[in-house]
Design a protein around this ligand. Sequence first.
Ligand code: RIB
Ligand code: CA
Length: 330
Amino acid sequence: MQKKFPTRVIIDTDPGADDALAILLALASPELEVVGLTTVCGNVPVGQATKNLFRILGLKPTPPGLLVGQGAARPLEEDLITALQVHGSDGFGELDRLVTTSGASRYPPARLPSMLATAQEVWNDCVRRYPDEITLITLGPLTNLALGLKVNPLTVQKFHSVIVMGGAIGVPGNIAPAAEFNIYVDPHAAHRVFQASLPLTLVPLDVTTRVGVTRDILATWATESRDPLGRIVADLTDKACGFAEDCEGHGLFYFHDPLAVLAAINPALMTLEPYHVSVETAGQVSRGITIADRRMRRPEQKAVPNMSVAVDVDVDRAMNLLRTRLCPWS
Ligand code: RIB
Ligand code: CA
């Protein structure tokens, strides 16, 4: 199927601060047409994820015909583990603490529709409209995609490609010594997805932790943005920067989810390698670890690759594109 421009995308998300920046990036990028947005439990419970998504959508005009749906409330088998300690109690840096000079909330609360579709219904409708065209970008645990493989296989098989923010191949984990959060939260979902012969591109911590900025740089981007909305990059990330400073010690806010969107905007920013990647689902210490078969062997002597893995990124071009799209300053 000849690729068409703009690239039509569905974003599956657990907003979270970096998810919000990824969604704003996608909406601000002419290379993409966001046709669907679906929420999944992860950084925050799924109800909060949906509120956060509508709160972001309320800040700027949204594409006509955009479909929004709510997905899974819990992982396939595990209890939900959130990341409120990183993103703040609302997942968005506790935005309600910010008010205007008149005392009104700087970011109006979410306005949810009376009826809300499910994530699977949104995926069905989008694929019915655009068969074999859509790129699904997952920014949270893979629960919705794993459920889709079971209850909606004909829809899922009609995604043109699937870009997954997740995993840690040659670098340490974040939520656990060797596991990345999205995979760790629902390792059984990741296992099903990795085994499903989908056209996967993995954007792991190996590249996302190469693109990080300090609180001060985010503050500069925010204050120098000619778009007033640009200040949100500082407001959303305040708690996450505090976690990076107080807990991780490096003080860097990583653009994990925006990197997955950048992979759709401009694939040339990433260097991809084909690997077979497995997920540990049963380990106590190793739950959620992602193991790529990187042995020096003849291809026929090792596991057949099940995905393309981003092993490098053009940091300068990625950083410049992020700032230009999120906080245009020139
Ligand atoms: O490990 C980083 C990922 O986990 C990002 O998607 C972040 O939003 C959290 O979901
Ligand atoms: Ca996320």
